[in-house]
Design a protein around this ligand. Structure first.
Ligand SMILES: [Zn+2]
Length: 121
């Protein structure tokens, strides 16, 4: 474990962020961090984590967006593939944040998706 100062990019609040060697290593494998030294990578990682942990308005708006993007990506990707794979007609899912999606196969074979994205967290 490594402790690095992270600054929330939304409100500027500084906090000590714990980083594991594994996290730093998996980050260093990403293309955009290839040319960075380990301490630069740690700083970047701390900045990202600071924004994830911060309770300010900007950071929570960002987290909401991120959750929404993940949910929409999951529905369009894994869920659609799962329906195809098992030849399912209809599926409804609700995530831990209240986001809902209903997928239904139409006669044409196309999948119709109805989503309800929750705005409060
Ligand atoms: Zn903040």
């Amino acid at each position: 474990m490594k402790e690095v100062q992270g600054v929330c990019s939304y409100c500027g609040q500084t906090s000590l962020i714990q980083l594991s060697e594994t996290e730093i290593k998996s980050f260093s494998e990403k293309e955009e961090f290839h040319d960075m030294t380990e301490s630069q990578i740690a700083e970047n990682l701390a900045t990202i984590k600071a924004a994830r942990l911060c309770k300010c308005e900007g950071a929570s708006a960002f987290r909401k967006q991120e959750i929404r993007r993940n949910f929409e990506g999951f529905v369009k990707g894994d869920v659609v593939n799962f329906m195809d794979q098992y030849d399912l007609e209809e599926i409804s899912i609700v995530d831990g944040y209240g986001n809902k999606a209903k997928l239904k196969k139409k006669e044409s074979g196309q999948i119709e998706v109805t989503k309800t994205i929750k705005d409060v967290m």
